[in-house]
Design a protein around this ligand. Sequence first.
Ligand code: AMP
Ligand code: MG
Length: 412
Amino acid sequence: MDHCNTSDLLSLEQALTKMLSQVTPMQATEVVPLTHAAGRITASAITSPIAVPPFANSAMDGYAVRCNELSSGLPLPVAGKAFAGAPFKATWPANTCIRIMTGAPIPAGADAVIMQEQAVISEQGVTFNGNVHIGQNTRLAGEDIEQGATVFPAGVKLGAAQLPLLASLGIAEVTVFRTLKVAIFSTGDELQPIGQPLGEGQIYDTNRFAVRLMLQQLGCQIIDLGVIRDDQLALRQAFEQADGVADLVISSGGVSVGEADYTKQMLEELGDIGFWKLAIKPGKPFAFGKLDHAWFCGLPGNPVSAALTFYQLVQPLIAKLSGHSEWHPPLRLKATAATKLKKSPGRLDFQRGIFSTDVNGELEVRTTGHQGSHIFSSFSQGNCFIVLEQERGSVAVGETVEIELFNSLLGG
Ligand code: AMP
Ligand code: MG
């Protein structure tokens, strides 16, 4: 692995390319019941075992007819009934109609269904108002999905938009990639887990909580090793333990240059790690590489930087490792700045913003306020990143900017 000269800034794309070019998707797969497949990723293409709908059926409550028997205008007696789940099976006499309900199989020979609102019922039978054309109100077999058609390719995440479709095909189990095992810990003597009182100089551990939540959303199996003190032996043990159980190890804190050089030193002994200074704001320091077994990401300590680097770099990395080849980066759109945005040229800025539509329905965006890398409330108030180009300076009201909508990882 190539190590970056720490005085060089690495662009986000360069960092992402370096990471993604090194890793390959996990190979292990398993078969799970559909009821346990939410959030899992298809390991092979899924084809439909049946046609959908499996048989031609009625789209309306009404009457099944043979259109050529309507020309006389005479009433057609009702010869029988067809219900969803209880087809009409008897012989169908000429010049009669069949009462039919939505979802009922179309009786053999019928070529249209006339909705009941167009029917006039008398003692002699049923006459119909309005135009009738062949095929009306009938749903054809295979109209939605043909038997044998590919429903999903490999690499699709199964959720509420996908699983009901598989259920409608009668598919009871799916082959999915094994879940990625991710070990996490935070480093820092000042960190206190939530639920404990704060001592002097202590702060609560935000990062492990944020990382946990995002990993849950990504469907990973989490091995939480807690807070590790700024102690070389404890850190080494944590890294070795994590490497022994996980596919990916994510730590936060201690990756800034000078602050904890021994962490860096130790990691260089344990694996092949690049310590990068990214040309993005927030989130300058970031480490990536390989331990003996597992991949490793070292997030910066400041909570906004940790969450942002996770979102921008670790999220696509996990998508690739997990076999989620259909993963797409969050949506970017153009919007008009409704507030001033402070920026100095030099780094790609991911400011937190609030987008909405103005009176004309056009997108506009406001800043969430203070953009410090320790101000986590900027995330909780925002619904998008305002992505300001590296060379750009401050933005005046009315200028066009690019926004990136928070995806479900950040509650979008
Ligand atoms: P470090 O990268 O360890 O120098 O940390 C940079 C800043 O982030 C310091 O102000 C730390 O106290 C803070 N920090 C580090 N880890 C966390 C964490 N898990 N939660 C909240 N703040 C943190
Ligand atoms: Mg620290």
